[in-house]
Design a binder for this molecule. Sequence first.
Ligand SMILES: [Zn+2]
Length: 67
Amino acid sequence: MHFPTVKENQTNIIHIIKKHYSSECGYTFTIFNFSSKTDTKKIIFRSLDEVTCKRCQEIFKEIHLRD
Ligand SMILES: [Zn+2]
């Protein structure tokens, strides 16, 4: 199973996208900003194992893998 993720420029940390402007952990970014290419993040579908933000992983598991 793969999820939409975004990589943080400065740290290279990979976050899971929750909404179109923020990650599960609250990291915010701009995807749909076509006026500035530097602000535009690329959405890449990855498996949960590839997500390097621990906070995003924890929150995602709590929300989606709870049974
Ligand atoms: Zn995160």
